[in-house]
Design a protein around this ligand. Structure first.
Ligand code: AOF
Ligand code: ZN
Length: 371
């Protein structure tokens, strides 16, 4: 049975895991704490794919003190040979007595077998302690493993009257500097940053991470460009890091100038005026994209929303009014009945400089269904 000490050590393991927020990609963020006789004897967190897992680092730190210890791990230990050998075997070899795990590893190579191995060898195991918190650490990894698509987080900026751009398309800048810096941190944790060609043409964004840090990882940059209108001189193509362009154009001669500018092109099926979004996300999952950070205009944001492909919205609300002519956040067909409304749940609100940030997720609308 878990007691309050178990929760305290698991909370410590979750904080350690958090340290890998921007670096572990495409691996999950994982933390581990080893405790013997009421004392922490070793700790570790996974820092980078290809390098040691959290458990292995904690075992190294504990040395012989790991024998008889309890391991608190934010994710079920792996039992397969990936880039590194299985943690389940390392824990057994070190002689741990008990394993407390926050959640099962959704990776089909593991999926309960890591825990089963420990149990079979006589280790006492418990799973599900602070599971909700552990799931929040890795929404992208979990979504990719369970649904074969990335977790999509859409960043939006709007005025107090709910407008995101002038009728001309001009949108720089609605929010202040503090909000724009906050966005950099969300970009940094993402596996990829995606936009539409409309935004490339209107704003010529860099779509990169501009933060200090020695081991800074540049997320993949993705442009959805059905007609291939991205200019080879686009700023994002000149920056450090890889750019993927999805397009419905298949003629090799049309691809050549963008390929010469360093982009990688991928053919995608057309759907309506745009691309088939589920096909695009499926391809990104195949490329191990966990969290996809979407920063785009109302057209792509609306299409993603209608396709049910937005999992979280970061909405920055600026204290200004843009008036009737300005554009809304999502381009959606006119809704005629309240029952067609799109219900959201606001899970966080906070001040960021002079702006406010709302974090919202799609919600089942019980009120609509019963009414
Ligand atoms: C753990 N502890 O710290 C992590 C785990 O290629 P590899 O060897 O790095 O294995 C990656 C897989 O291992 C990953 O997909 C996930 O299932 C698991 N991650 N497991 O026991 C860790 N990062
Ligand atoms: Zn492992």
């Amino acid at each position: 049975m878990a007691d309050s000490r178990d929760y305290a050590y698991m909370a410590r393991a979750l904080r350690l895991a958090q340290r890998g927020l921007t670096t572990t990609d495409p691996n999950p963020r994982v933390g581990c704490v080893l405790v013997d006789a009421g004392r922490i004897v070793g700790e570790g967190w996974h820092e980078r794919a290809g390098e040691a897992h959290a458990e292995v680092l904690a075992l190294v730190a504990a040395g012989p003190q790991a024998r008889g210890a309890t391991a608190y791990i934010t994710l079920e230990p792996c039992c397969h040979h990936g880039r590194t050998p299985p943690c389940s075997q390392a824990l057994l070899a070190a002689g741990i007595r008990r394993a407390v795990v926050a959640m099962q590893d959704p990776n089909p190579w593991v999926a309960g077998r890591g825990l089963a191995e420990l149990q079979a060898a006589g280790v006492e195991t418990e799973c599900g302690i602070m599971e909700q918190e552990a799931r929040e650490l890795n929404p992208g990894f979990i979504m990719r493993m369970s649904n074969r698509r990335p977790f999509v987080r859409c960043k939006l900026a709007m005025s107090l009257d709910g407008r995101t751009a002038m009728a001309s398309g001009e949108s720089q800048w609605i929010t202040g500097e503090a909000a724009r810096l906050d966005v950099q941190h969300w970009r940094a944790r993402a596996s990829a940053i995606m936009t539409g060609v409309g935004t490339v043409l209107a704003d010529d964004p860099g779509l990169n991470v501009r933060l200090a840090g020695e081991r800074l990882r540049q997320p993949l940059r993705v442009i959805l460009d059905p007609e291939l209108a991205t200019p080879p001189s686009a700023r994002t193509l000149r920056l450090d890091g890889q750019v993927l362009i999805f397009t419905a154009v298949t003629a090799a001669e049309r691809w050549a100038p963008l390929e010469a500018a360093g982009a990688q092109l991928i053919a995608a099926p057309r759907q309506g005026l745009g691309l088939e979004l589920t096909a695009v996300l499926g391809e990104l999952a195949r490329r191990e994209i966990n969290e996809l950070h979407l920063e785009c205009g109302a057209t792509l944001a609306g299409a993603m929303l209608r396709a049910g492909l937005i999992d979280e919205m970061l909405i920055y609300l600026a204290p200004l009014l843009l008036g009737d002519g300005a554009l809304g956040l999502f381009h959606l067909p006119e809704l005629r009945r309240m029952s067609e409304r799109i219900p959201l749940e606001i899970i966080d609100v906070r001040a960021i400089g002079r702006d406010w940030r709302f974090t919202a997720r799609p919600a089942p609308d019980a009120e609509c269904r019963s009414g």
